[in-house]
Design a protein around this ligand. Sequence first.
Ligand code: LMR
Ligand code: SF4
Length: 508
Amino acid sequence: MMEKFQESMYKLIVETSTKLPKDVRRAIAKAKMRENAGTRAAMSLATIVQNIQMADENVSPICQDTGLPTFKIKVPVGVNQMEMKEAIRRAIAQATKDGKLRPNSVDSLTGENSGDNLGIGLPVMKFEQWEKDYIDVRLILKGGGCENKNIQYSLPCELEGLGRAGRDLDGIRKCILHAVYQAQGQGCSAGFIGVGIGGDRSAGYDLAKEQLFRSVDDVNPNEDLRKLEEYIMEAANKLGIGTMGFGGETTLLGCKIGVMHRIPASFFVSVAYNCWAFRRLGVIIDPHTGDIQEWLYQEGDDVNFQQEETEVVGEAREVVLEAPITEEQIRSLKVGDVVRINGMIYTGRDAIHKHLMNHDAPVDLNGQIIYHCGPVMLKDENGKWHVKAAGPTTSIREEPYQGEIMKKFGIRAVIGKGGMGAKTLAALKEHGGVYLNAIGGAAQYYADCIQSVEGVDFLEFGIPEAMWHLRVKDFTAVVTMDSHGNSLHEDVEKSSLEKLAQFKERVF
Ligand SMILES: O=C(O)C[C@H](O)C(=O)O
Ligand code: SF4
């Protein structure tokens, strides 16, 4: 039985990483219909849909960040949970080896990547016993960018744009709207949120995450919460943050709210934010054979994304870039321009940015392009590396370093997602640099633009943190911060704050 169970868990992991569930697909298809053709949001959604289809076909990760695997398992009395845990760990290690998961488990003290997704406390497995005679296993692969946008409020509190949030349903309403606002595009909007009302800090977050296991289509049995969920879906989509924070009609794809009791002194509202790449599936397992009897979240017909040819944004200019890039070329770029990159780009994320502050670079970065990306890579029998998934990572984490590093090494462009802050914007102006926004989560789409892996440095930092030398063709991204002091991210943040303030008045 355990061998079969391990095989079933392997199938669950691979399916979760590579195929979005139908309820999520329906939500994305609906969002796509709402956007006006030709806008940046429509273009991004077209890329997202294309990426979902490519992941289906390639049986490869939808997003390169395959997240922190969290299993929720319900078992009948008499099933050996310790053996199940071991089988799940083996299945996780196998899926990592096969390039279906990125090695994502990092020693928090030494920074060492375990290489197989196993580690202290990882994967997360939560067991519960029940009276039924079958096993129910559900899995979420929740990436780090959206996890970083989770937020917890302690009521009463003051919220920018909304004023005081008190200890009542209306205060809760304000917290949830604020949670969507503060995420901007950084958690790869449009997102799904799970909300937990009450509990202590840890139980509140657990409850919030528990909500993410609810189907997007289900209706809250609590009438107050049903109304609140409905209200939030409507109001949040008026914030104008849109796909990737580019502005647009859809900012939120789902909202599920749960409640538990609290103690008199504490009143927490906890919000778990999940990106559009909402990888969550489940299976019913026969406890005697270990076989999969049924897949969960897959009710309904196959979702047919209507994919008409999307034109590039209205009058957006398309510019081809190839490194080394001159200052003059960079200064000619403006927010809104679409760039197509050919030639070399170098990945660099958290560990490398920190390292480069007081070390030399292993390659000459003068005039070059840095890509904030931690790809999924596999080495073949001949020792050659292949890219299995390679979308952008959240750039704002490099905010303390980026400007200085660009100046120090002469870097002319950085590609990432979610935008960067005032410090980087000032450096782009002073030095002559641009920020290029790629579509977060579109890891198959971008992997397809990579023609070859020409080298790697800092492999000791682990696969996601290494500096990969990539030769690309037609790698497309949008200029969202230019060398003239313009930032689309700053604009959207400002306008969405104004819109948020329209929801200040009491509703509940
Ligand atoms: O780690 C990554 O590759 C991306 C991360 O999920 C992010 O959204 O920043
Ligand atoms: S890159 Fe975006 S889509 Fe991928 S896990 Fe991070 S937040 Fe989600």
